[in-house]
Ligand binder design. Structure first.
Ligand SMILES: Cc1cc2nc3c(=O)[nH]c(=O)nc-3n(C[C@H](O)[C@H](O)[C@H](O)COP(=O)(O)OP(=O)(O)OC[C@H]3O[C@@H](n4cnc5c(N)ncnc54)[C@H](O)[C@@H]3O)c2cc1C
Length: 434
């Protein structure tokens, strides 16, 4: 009997978790699939702003890797990638520590025939002083939980001071006018409006002061000007202070400095200015990287350095022919790359040359919480972007999430989960206060 080949996937995020299910199904009889992730559970990243604002309970969204692996026939290994030894075709994970810092599991080696890197990116702080020390990020569930806890504590404190007659507020500065910053601003307004009826009786919604800063001339550069104008109007009408052309020069514990403006007081600063590759990758391997530390891949998603290593999702820098610039770090791109990676392995093993990856941009949509959903879809008939809003935009916005659920759980279980979520919405509180 032929020896089984080993496919190792590092990172079970938007790209990796559905990929493991697909690989395990496609290569059931010939390959062993192993997923390595530093966390025990998966929460889809585009939901993190809702988790941060407290309008979504992450416990109801998370998927345990162990259970998912057992269900779909792959192995899960918890650990953080530390080293890639290309010569021996072995990856090493760093020692796994418990909550007290004691070693749970020592450094570990896992051998591969195929290695697929899908470990995402890190927030780009552009080296601006104080960002790493004082700002919060939305890179994973832990960080979103931390933001929510700090937000609730700040609101509770302000509520108590207001009950004593003080005019206490909670100023929040969100840096970055992309989808994350815009969507979080709207979710925070929604949360602030709900807090009052959840026991913070002295805390009116306008006591949460939200300022959204964007260094460029306008929000959401990926969207058309008409759509962006609508977003700005809507944010302003719900009370968000939107400032474009605002270049942050420093973040301190209680304020943000902006070029040419007065300092902005800030109890909380959320940094959402985009994603770059993890600089640690340069120490882990000799893979060739872009200037932004993303792994350089050929058009078929195999790395330019090694034919047996693929990189997909936010950690990859891919510029296939005909593509105007590198593929953007987005969930829809991550999902499509995951599908393509399966075909690449199948093609190479069948002795064929793999097809180049083709990115299908389905458009960009922005959800302003319960207030509005706007964006544009790629319209084949119109031959370009078509602006949409309202219910149609909401349905299109949710379709990406639904596709992710189905890619993780299959049609039957995926639809059952979506139905359960819909039912749950009717009985759950509007915000998570713990
Ligand atoms: C708030 C927010 C909203 C967004 N909204 C949208 C949207 O509406 N539409 C859209 O298209 N995109 C959106 N995005 C972007 C989208 O989430 C990312 O592009 C997508 O998640 C990238 O997928 P990925 O699999 O490459 O990485 P990720 O989803 O980030 O997954 C990376 C995985 O790798 C693991 N990992 C990291 N380092 C290591 C290591 N050293 N060892 C082991 N495991 C590791 C992590 O634990 C994680 O599970 C949003 C992002 C955010 C933060």
């Amino acid at each position: 009997m032929a020896e089984r080949k080993r496919i190792v996937v590092v990172g079970g995020g938007a790209a990796g978790i559905g990929l493991c299910r697909s690989l395990a199904r496609r290569f059931r009889d010939t390959h062993d699939v192993t997923l390595i992730d530093r966390n025990r559970t998966h929460v889809w990243k585009p939901l993190l702003h809702e988790v941060a604002a407290g309008v979504l309970d992450p416990n109801l969204e998370e998927v345990g890797y162990g259970g998912h692996a057992a269900r779909w026939g792959y192995r899960f290994f918890r650990g953080a990638l530390e080293k890639i030894d290309r010569e021996r075709q072995v990856v090493t994970t760093s020692p796994l520590l418990d909550e007290d810092g004691d070693v749970l599991l020592d450094r570990h080696e896992i051998a591969y025939d195929w290695l697929i890197l899908a470990f995402g990116g890190v927030s780009n702080d552009f080296g601006i002083p104080g960002v790493r020390d004082h700002a919060l990020f939305l890179e994973d569930r832990g960080q979103a939980d931390r933001f929510r806890q700090k937000l609730l504590n700040a609101c509770l404190r302000a509520n108590a001071r207001r009950a004593e007659g003080e005019d206490a507020t909670v100023p929040i500065v969100i840096v970055g006018g992309g989808a994350t910053g815009v969507e979080l601003s709207a979710e925070l307004v929604h949360a602030a409006r709900a807090l009052n009826s959840y026991g913070l009786e002295s805390f009116p919604s306008d006591a949460m002061r939200i300022t959204l800063l964007e260094a460029g001339p306008r929000l959401l550069p990926a969207l058309g000007e008409d759509v962006v104008a609508k977003v700005e109007d809507e944010l302003t009408s719900i009370g968000v202070d939107v400032r474009t052309g605002a270049k942050v020069t420093e973040v301190r514990a209680d304020a943000v400095s902006v070029e040419g403006m007065e300092d902005l007081p800030a109890t909380l600063v959320l940094w959402a200015t985009g994603i770059r590759g993890d600089p640690a990758v340069a120490d882990m391997s000799d893979l060739e990287l872009s200037k932004a530390d993303r792994i350089l891949v050929n058009p078929d998603l195999r790395t330019v350095t090694d034919d047996h290593i693929l990189a997909i999702g936010d950690c990859a820098h891919c510029e296939p022919p005909g593509q105007d610039g590198p593929i953007p770090p987005r969930a829809q791109a991550a999902h499509q790359m995951a599908d393509h990676a399966v075909e690449v392995i199948a093609a190479v093993e069948a002795g064929r040359t793999p097809e180049p990856f083709t990115y299908r941009d389905h458009g960009a949509l922005v959800s302003l919480s319960r207030f509005a959903t706007v964006g544009s879809l790629m319209g084949n008939l119109a031959g370009g972007r078509v602006a949409i809003e309202g219910r149609l935009a909401r349905a299109a916005y949710l379709s990406l999430y639904r596709l992710h659920i189905i890619s993780m759980h299959g049609w039957l279980r995926g639809l059952a989960r979506l139905a359960a979520k819909q039912l749950g919405r009717a009985v759950r509180p509007q915000i998570k206060l713990h």
